[in-house]
Design a protein around this ligand. Structure first.
Ligand code: C2E
Ligand code: CA
Ligand code: CA
Length: 429
């Protein structure tokens, strides 16, 4: 059976042929090449379905040529294609095969770019290579391994080609373990909020703190946010975890206020997932009302890349928070492709200079220059600046010299549990 559009084998036939080859695999290797066309939707939207179909056919014809004797190729669905190539014994290493496919992707991109003007068609490819040791493998598993490598390729540069390796399975296992554990962890209150003090540069007084989440497993081991947050951002579960953290912080502040104890403003991190939701501002407003917390005690940190992803949505979110009287900072400033232009476009209140400017050892001249320029510029734009990752007296002194108003880092304190932070607050009265 054939796919009517491309003339390639149907997926069932492809699967059968691959299985047959695996069962009798000898010294030759089999390469499963899984590719999708990035931005294909753009062609359908711009040129219409007829052109889109023609492009798929053209791609299929080329794909069928492959780089070796292909014994079957199929369109899995939409713009996802898979081919099975044979690599004759002793001809090519796996890496050489990968490089050839990569070059083919680049050449194809150039050709398509000429034909479909201004298109940005690119190709993500995952490859799994089977040898004698794979004889017991199911064809379905080999294809899904190649598909997994394609997903890794998709997160990298354009036309990327990635070879499957077993460590990817470890990554997936860990991802499943983490994402499937979240609901129970929320129920059992396994997430803990830590607080990292922020200091006034001139007086070195405590003037606030950032709330940072940790996942304490029942066996006492900690999982840190850098590991689990990217995973639960993808699954969307970050929204529940963030709301849990916010609620804990509001509760903490309200208890202390009730007892007449000292409090300082606490800043909360906002995940990019909130940008696409409409209930963020309403939720924050409901927390302010429920816990009767003055808006001056809460701030939100949006990481720099969020602004770049979707400036419009970020602007709406900032405006919504400002309406509630809440300040907003641009987190991790300078860690990625910061656009200085954004600073004049977005009404943010605080810039948090990323810790990349403060590397280990003595301060570099170039970092000193950048820090002093950013602080200067922020001042002119009436934005407060805070530097993160301060670890030494030298760094602290330099920030004072250039007029950076606030500091945060291990030099003052690591993020600490609630009880320790309460002691820090009491000590700073
Ligand atoms: P971030 O917002 O940039 O937070 C600062 C991170 O830098 C924290 O790591 C903190 O422990 C670390 N840090 C602070 N001072 C120093 C220092 O002097 N030197 C060094 N080397 N590191 C320092 P942490 O707690 O592991 O958090 C990592 C990231 O996870 C955070 O980066 C933030 O993006 C995210 N995150 C943490 N908690 C939450 C949360 O509740 N919600 C969301 N959406 N993201 C969170
Ligand atoms: Ca932050
Ligand atoms: Ca940061």
């Amino acid at each position: 059976m054939k796919d009517t559009l491309t003339g390639l084998d149907s997926y069932e036939v492809f699967l059968e042929k691959v299985q047959r080859e695996i069962d009798r695999i000898g010294d030759d290797k089999i390469a499963i090449v899984y590719t999708d066309i990035k931005h294909f939707k753009y062609i359908n939207d711009t040129y219409g379905y007829k052109v889109g179909d023609a492009l798929l056919k053209e791609f299929a014809d080329e794909f069928m040529l492959g780089c070796g004797p292909i014994f079957s190729a199929s369109r899995v669905y939409s713009d996802n294609f898979v081919a099975a190539d044979r690599i004759a014994a002793g001809t090519r290493s796996n890496e050489e095969f990968r490089e050839i496919i990569y070059r083919m992707n680049c050449e194809r991109e150039a050709r398509f770019r000429e034909k479909y003007l201004s298109s940005r068609l690119q190709f993500n490819t995952g490859i799994s290579i089977l040898d004698k040791d794979s004889r017991s493998l199911e064809a379905e598993t080999a294809i899904s391994n190649a598909n997994l490598a394609r997903k890794v390729a998709k997160e990298m540069e354009s036309n990327c080609c990635v070879l499957f390796d077993q460590s990817m399975m470890e990554g997936i296992k860990r991802e499943v373990e983490i994402t499937s554990g979240i609901p129970r962890a929320l129920e059992r209150k396994e997430f803990q909020v830590y607080f990292q003090p922020k200091m006034d540069t001139d007086t070195l007084d405590l003037i606030g703190a950032e709330a940072l989440v940790r996942w304490k497993k029942p066996d006492g081991k900690f999982i840190y946010p850098d590991e689990f947050i990217p995973l639960i951002e993808r699954s969307g579960q970050i929204v529940d975890v963030d709301y849990y953290v916010y609620r804990e912080v509001f509760h903490f502040l309200s208890e202390r206020l009730k007892e007449g104890k000292k409090v300082v403003p606490i800043s909360l991190n906002v995940s990019r997932m909130h940008l696409n939701r409409t209930d963020f501002i309403t939720y924050v407003q409901s927390l302010l009302e429920e816990f009767r917390i003055p808006c001056s005690l809460i701030e939100f940190e949006l990481t720099e890349s969020i602004y770049l992803d979707n400036t419009e949505a970020a602007l709406e979110l900032i405006k919504g928070l400002h309406k509630l009287g809440i300040k907003v900072s641009m987190d991790d400033f300078g860690s990625g492709y910061s656009s200085l232009n954004l600073l004049s476009k977005l009404p943010i209140d605080i810039i948090k200079l990323d810790k990349v400017f403060l590397k280990e050892g003595e301060m570099q001249e170039s970092d000193r220059i950048i820090i002093s320029c950013v602080v200067d510029m922020a001042k002119k734009l009436h934005i407060t600046s805070l530097c993160e990752g301060v670890e030494t007296q030298e760094q602290c002194d330099y920030l004072k010299k250039v007029g950076c108003q606030m500091q945060q880092g291990f030099y003052f304190s690591k993020p600490v549990p609630k009880e320790d932070f309460e002691n820090i607050m009491e000590g700073s009265v």
